[in-house]
Ligand binder design. Structure first.
Ligand code: SAM
Ligand code: TMP
Length: 406
């Protein structure tokens, strides 16, 4: 029986993507070592409603010195995290000698603004390469995985935190009990633990199945986050929907005696109940929708190829590993993936082995069609490449359904 990583109750599996590689393991072309594969499938806990992967990948395989994702690669995300820092500086961090800890600070996209404001901070970031980039911006970084023992060591050295923040990281961490124990040890009695991650409600609505890959272990809802928080002695005191990364929610967690939940919490909980986000009908419908997207996408790419269309992809996202490997899309259907991240360029995408090239090569020459893997950055990318469209090129999107943008 599959059991819930949080509460131990039974988990019902509802979608299986088969054997998948590590989504960020871009390979050197001359690398002949065996690729690591695992079974990517998702289930929902029948007790606490937590949506979760059924198989866990060891963390050191995913987060290490060569972890290639750089948060600052997107102008939209730089703006988003600049605003986030500003908001903290004006509210939770406006008191006497405040202290903020960020779990998974990556290249310092958020903490660099906190550093510039002269506020005490610490990023806890296990991936040494991106952590070094943060350090070069003046951000203080501890190269460790955040967990109970790390949190205690941080408290002993720096004192308790007013804010513990985390973006696109808590959903990556199967060992949530250790995270909450650490938060309990490190957070001031009236402090707040704020984290934002892809929202299961948006994934269901957009059928964005490519949010499912090795690193995304949990798919949160307000309902499941509140149940987890309460299990570890906290409460969910605020929620905010965010438009970034295809739809996220920012959750604020605090000790029950310290803060009163806002009306937004009750509203989102009621909405989730009404939508039935984890009912059998919703979950099985999601799985059927995903299979339909796979069939339509493969049919479209084969048809374009048969008619002599040149198709490339844009954005070597972690998400794209699920799309290519689940759909069986290789270099025969998509000749290359254009991407602005130096650490991904000159490499082969995991599993599919589609070559990743610098985004400048998109125009050499422009293809007839471009499959937009980085659909969450669509506005920014499409605006950057006006000549592609003007010359008759067309973007292909696959969520919530496969379509060519006219
Ligand atoms: N916060 C950034 C953002 O929103 O763009 C980075 C998100 S990135 C998808 C996830 C980050 O979490 C990686 O930099 C990874 O190294 C880090 N990470 C994974 N497990 C962690 C843990 N236990 N403690 C701290 N950071 C962790
Ligand atoms: P993400 O969806 O996980 O944020 O990854 C986005 C990927 O797309 C990342 O590899 C960087 C790439 N990218 C570009 O190549 N050009 C761009 O303009 C943007 C915003 C992202």
């Amino acid at each position: 029986m599959l059991t819930c990583r949080i509460c131990g109750a039974s988990v019902r599996e509802f979608v299986d993507f088969g054997r998948q590689p590590l989504s960020d393991a871009f390979r050197k072309p001359d690398d002949t070592s065996e690729e690591y594969f695992f079974r990517l499938a998702v289930g929902a806990c029948e007790s606490c409603a937590m949506v979760q992967l059924v198989e866990e990948v060891p963390r050191d395989r995913m987060f290490h010195a060569d972890y290639p994702y750089h948060s600052s690669g997107s102008a939209l995300m730089r703006e988003h995290f600049g605003r986030t820092a500003q908001e903290f500086l004006e509210t939770e961090l406006s008191g006497d000698d405040p202290f903020i800890v960020e779990i998974g600070c990556n290249d310092g996209v958020m903490l660099s603004a906190v550093h510039e404001a002269g506020v005490r901070h610490l990023g806890v970031e296990p991936s040494a390469g991106v952590g070094e980039v943060a350090r070069s911006k003046g951000v203080r970084v501890l190269t460790e995985f955040f967990e109970d023992s790390t949190a205690r060591a941080v408290r002993d050295e720096h004192g308790p935190a007013d804010v513990i923040f985390s973006a696109n990281t808590i959903c990556h961490i199967p060992y949530l009990e250790s995270i909450f124990l650490g938060v309990d040890a490190l957070l001031k009695p009236d402090g707040v633990f704020v984290f934002e991650d892809p929202y299961w409600g948006d994934i269901v609505e957009r059928r964005s199945f490519d949010q499912i890959y090795d690193e995304h272990f949990y798919f949160f809802t307000a309902t499941s986050v509140r149940a987890a928080a309460r299990r570890y002695g906290f409460d969910l005191v605020d929620v905010r929907r965010l438009g970034v990364h295809g739809g996220e929610v920012r959750y604020s967690i605090a000790r029950p005696e310290a803060r009163v939940p806002t009306a937004a919490v009750a509203e989102l909980l009621a909405e989730e109940e009404a939508r039935g986000l984890v009912t059998r009908e919703t979950l099985d419908g999601f799985a059927a929708g995903v299979a339909g997207i796979r069939d339509d996408l493969v049919a479209l790419l084969k048809d374009l190829k048969d008619r002599g269309g040149r198709v490339v992809a844009y954005g070597a996202t972690a998400k794209s590993a699920t799309v290519t490997n689940y759909c069986g899309i290789g270099p025969d259907l998509v000749s290359k993936i254009c991407d602005s991240t130096p650490a991904k360029q000159g490499r082969l995408a995991p599993g599919s082995h589609i070559p990743v090239v610098p985004s400048g090569e998109f125009a050499e020459p422009y293809p007839d069609y471009a499959l937009l893997f980085a659909w969450n950055h669509a506005e920014e990318i499409i605006a950057k490449e006006p000549a592609f469209r003007d010359g008759g090129g067309r973007w292909i999107l696959y969520v919530p359904e496969v379509h060519v943008v006219e």
